[in-house]
Design a protein around this ligand. Structure first.
Ligand SMILES: C[S@@+](CC[C@H](N)C(=O)[O-])C[C@H]1O[C@@H](n2cnc3c(N)ncnc32)[C@H](O)[C@@H]1O
Length: 446
């Protein structure tokens, strides 16, 4: 890592350096060297720690999720940004956050012990690199005056932490009951998730967001998907976008507020784009684009369209359909319905780009798909876990998020091949970027 940094004339950011998107560049460049170190460090901790204490640490890890939500709700990341590098005493942080100082100090200390925030003197806290990713970019004054607007244009990981501490965390506490209940145990219905038990609703997550009173949750979710998008810049390498003829149509199905198209359309301006989603999300998307890329909307380069992806696809001449973080929201029965609708609207030349995480076994998975370019990746050297453990990605956590929230799953490559085949598509190649949470599966009509 050091040699790579030296050859580029940059330093690897320390834990004390504040986060900026540009400071991730060196991370991306050397990620292949980082992965085995993280894997080894974690495996060493598992080896060296008392086994009971190691398990206990996992059992109590929910306190990380709940404390993250608490500091985000108290606008602590913004309070500390405004305080500057000398930090702020907990009494002052608590007064601005409208919380009890003694309790907030314990919340902060748990996080500081996990290297999120830093206690630079007793009870004086400041930002470090991980904690600065929680900053929404708003002033404290704005957040206090407009709490409902917090996530309309927020940067960073705050919406993800807020949502995780709410829908995911509350739902996750009912996972065991949901796995054991004979009604939900073998169900593939989206409303038979642990989330439904926790929130006492028969509506699955997306219709639940449309209920009156849930506007804040919907905006928070949309912002969460928006900011999660930065993991997926590698879509640019997934396909020869530049080689598509002028005016070719790219349809982002279930495209949310248009995160993927924002990135693609900046670079590939010779294409036309349609972002389809549920009407409530389309409304939010148009607001985001009116702020950021009004020119693209006005020029007709990008359009939003309300569309239920279980209904017949109205666009019959798409060059590319994108499904980003969609297939993983649905059990096989429903995922096949979605991609079958796209198959029926596809021409023989249409490509389907599925963007999702691919689950690896934690042991070696052999060479099952040698005929599919990009499908196989090499195992970690022994004695590391074959998949590089948590050095790879947090795919197993995302998988459980799906189980808890919508009774769905992240898939192994075999499961993707089967679902695509049942929906009328053949997996042609897999485009991966090391360290990226999401990979790209490119398919053609069968
Ligand atoms: C996990 S988000 C992914 C959003 C977007 N593709 C992205 O990567 O940012 C799932 C999206 O599916 C949309 N969705 C859920 N049910 C839908 C349906 N029946 N028809 C169209 N979109 C739907 C949601 O509104 C949400 O925007």
């Amino acid at each position: 890592i050091q040699a790579e940094c030296d050859s580029r004339g940059v330093s690897f950011p320390s834990l004390d350096d504040p986060y900026t998107p540009e400071s991730d560049d060196i991370h991306r460049d050397v990620y292949s060297h980082i992965i085995p170190v993280i894997a080894a460090a974690h495996q060493l901790i598992a080896t060296l720690q008392y086994p009971s204490m190691y398990v206990m640490t996992s059992a109590w890890s929910m306190h990380s999720a709940t404390t993250l939500r608490a500091v985000v709700a108290g606008n602590v990341p913004e309070i500390l940004r405004e305080a500057g590098p000398q930090g702020l005493h907990i009494n002052e942080i608590a007064a601005k956050a409208n919380m009890n100082a003694s309790k907030l100090s314990r919340v902060m200390r748990l996080l500081a012990n996990e290297h999120i925030f830093k206690e630079i003197a007793p009870d004086v806290f400041t930002h470090n690199r991980p904690s600065s990713t929680l900053d929404t970019g708003h002033s404290v004054e704005f957040l206090v005056k407009n709490p409902q607007d917090k996530y309309k244009a927020a940067t960073g990981m705050s919406s993800l932490c807020d949502m995780t501490g709410d829908e995911s965390m509350k739902g996750a506490s009912y996972l065991t009951e949901t796995l054991l209940d004979p009604v939900t145990a073998n169900s593939d219905e989206p409303h038979h998730a642990a989330f439904n038990r926790a929130f006492n609703t028969d509506l699955s997550l997306f219709p639940y967001y449309d209920e009156p009173g849930n506007e804040f949750r919907l905006t928070r979710f949309s912002n969460c998907m928006r900011n999660y998008g930065f993991f997926s810049r590698s879509i640019l390498d997934a396909l020869d976008w530049a080689g598509l003829p002028e005016g070719s149509l790219v349809v982002d199905v279930g495209g949310g507020v248009g995160t993927t198209v924002l990135g693609l359309s900046r670079i590939h301006q010779h294409l036309r784009y349609v972002v389809q989603d549920r009407p409530a999300t389309v409304e939010q998307g148009i607001r985001v684009w009116e702020n950021e890329r009004l020119d693209a909307l006005k020029a007709g380069m990008v359009q939003f369209q309300g569309h239920d992806f279980f209904e017949p696809q109205p666009i019959k001449d798409a060059s590319v359909f994108i499904l980003r973080a969609i297939v993983h929201d649905w059990s096989d029965t429903y995922a096949i319905k979605i991609i079958r609708q796209l198959r029926e609207a596809a021409t023989s030349e249409t490509k389907l780009v599925v963007v999702d995480t691919i689950v690896r076994y934690t042991c070696s998975s052999g060479k099952e798909f040698e005929d599919i370019p990009g499908a196989n990746i090499s195992d970690a050297p022994a004695p590391l876990l074959a998949n590089y453990g948590i050095g790879g990605t947090s795919v197993y956590q995302i998988d459980l998020q799906m189980m808890v929230l919508v009774n769905s799953l992240e898939r192994t490559l075999r499961q993707f091949v089967d679902v695509l085949h049942a929906g009328g598509w053949k997996l042609e190649h897999v485009s991966r970027t090391e360290g990226d949470q999401m990979q790209h599966l490119i398919a053609s009509p069968l």
